[in-house]
Each structure stands twice: as C-alpha cells, then as structure tokens.
Design a protein around this ligand. Structure first.
Ligand code: IPE
Ligand code: IPE
Ligand code: MG
Length: 249
C-alpha cells in the first residue's frame, strides 16, 4: 500500500515544524532487528524502512532542510548474505517507482553518492532516471548514499586529484581542504550540520568521514522502521540548543 506522501491528514494538524539546519545526514539502522523482533525475515524490516524514508523526507521538506543524505547501503554491506544484498539493492527502484511523482510535486531533487558502478543495472537506471527527472528542482536535495563508503570516497578523490595534478589542471599549491571537498561525491553540498543514527549503535560505520568533522551527532535506540516525524522534530529541537564552537571559545 502506498502511504500518503504530503498534504495528508497530518499536515492539517497544528504541528509546529522547526526550521531545520541546511544539511541532515541519517544512518538508517535497525531494520533487521525490527523484523527479527517480530519473527519476520530481516528483509521485511528493509521494506518497512521505506515507509520511514517517505515520512522523514516529507518532514524534512516541511522543516525547509536543504540537503538530506541517507545511508542506504555501505561498501561493507556486501558482506551480508546475497539474498539480503539483492533485496536491499532493489529497494531504491521500488521507492522511486512509487514516489517519484510525489517527489517531483514537492520540488525534491535526487542525487546519489557512492559507487554506482557496483550496483545492479536496473537499480542504477531507475536512480539515474530520477536524478535526470528532478535535476531542475530547487527544493530539498535528497542524496541517496548507495554502495557508499567514506574511505573509498576519499581514496577516489585523491586519485582524481592526482590525475588533475599530472594533467596540470591543478597545482600542488592549490591543494587545500576546500579543493579536496570539491573532489568528493558531496561536492557543492554544505557539510552536514546534524547526523542522526537510529538503531542504538554509536559509530559512523564509514559514513561521510571527511564531511562530519564538525557535525552534531544525535543517537537514538529507536529502530529505523519505528522512527517517526516526532523523533525527527525532537532531534531538530535539540540541535537548535547545541552550541557549535568549531574550536573557538
Ligand atoms: C540498516 O538496517 C539498513 C542497512 C544497513 C542496509 P540493518 O539491516 O543494519 O539492521 P540491523 O542493524 O541489523 O538491525
Ligand atoms: C550502516 O549500518 C550502514 C547503513 C545504514 C546503510 P550497518 O548496520 O551496516 O552498520 P554496522 O555494521 O552495525 O556498523
Ligand atoms: Mg545495522
């Protein structure tokens, strides 16, 4: 069943949507445990997790967030059983097939980070289609991290930079932090202000290693399929009360 995307009943209620920071990154963890707790196969949790993605994208639009980066599949997730990997890698296509019209209506722009070459062709094509169709939207940018790993991203950036140095498109004097950022998959996006991780673990699992240098972290034990707009708004409220010092006093 398709769950309502936006302008549903909830939006008529008098909920106050805090203005969000520019960039929120989310490690959507806990799908497998959510399913296992219910005696269901792990893949049922991944399927259910899609509904949460829809709810949180909707909430991010309402909170006027500019970039939302969601960790969908890591470079380490290939270690899982093939049947689970295959299932997870089909979900972006299913999600976009159902929700692309709503994403278009809501001015959402789709982008990807990660190594798209490694993922199945049908998923890659569906994602590329969504990227092309939403290219001119200027609302929320939804970055889907697929076959993404922070170390791999930094290594790739260094290789591209090295090639540009050899081709004299860049000089060693020009290499600085900003330049390196420009070679990352997230080039052009503001660095995440807030990182949310659901599912109880307190680690980065190779997500956005460079970009999270000064990001505020917000962890919850709630498993991703149970995560809701309420907790999302709570995270934003708490973020607003954080004092970011960036090394200063
Ligand atoms: C997160 O949920 C989704 C992916 C990593 C693809 P998990 O599948 O890691 O769920 P848990 O952590 O095992 O419960
Ligand atoms: C991180 O979750 C990756 C995604 C959410 C896509 P994992 O479940 O893979 O992380 P670990 O293995 O617990 O560190
Ligand atoms: Mg996990």
């Amino acid at each position: 069943m398709k769950i309502p995307f936006i302008n549903d009943k909830q939006s008529k209620e008098s909920i106050v949507y805090p203005e969000g920071p520019d960039h929120i990154a989310i490690i959507m963890d806990g799908n497998g445990r959510w399913a296992q707790k219910r005696g269901m196969p792990r893949i049922a949790g991944h399927k259910e997790g899609i509904s949460t993605v829809v709810k949180i994208v909707k909430a991010a639009v309402k909170c006027k967030v500019k970039f939302l980066t969601i960790y969908t599949f890591s470079t380490e997730n290939w270690k899982r059983p093939k049947s689970e990997v295959d299932f997870i890698l089909k979900l972006p296509k299913e999600f976009l097939h159902t929700y692309l019209p709503d994403l278009l209506t809501n001015n959402v722009r789709i982008e990807t980070i990660g190594n798209m070459e490694g993922i199945p062709a049908s998923t890659r094509e569906a994602v590329q289609y969504a990227v092309d169709r939403t290219r001119h939207n200027d609302g929320l940018q939804l970055n889907i991290a697929l076959n993404y790993g922070g170390r791999n991203e930094i290594l790739d950036a260094m290789k591209k930079m090295h090639a540009d140095l050899i081709d004299a498109k860049l000089t060693l004097d020009e290499v600085n932090e900003q330049q390196l950022s420009n070679y990352l998959d997230t080039a052009g996006a503001a660095e995440p202000d807030l990182l949310i991780r659901t599912g109880g673990e307190k680690r980065l699992s190779n997500f956005l290693l460079w970009q999270l240098a000064y990001t505020e972290f917000w962890f919850t034990d709630i498993l991703w399929p149970d995560f809701s707009e309420r907790e999302f708004r709570q995270a934003l409220e708490e973020f607003r009360n954080r004092k970011r010092r960036y090394g200063s006093i």
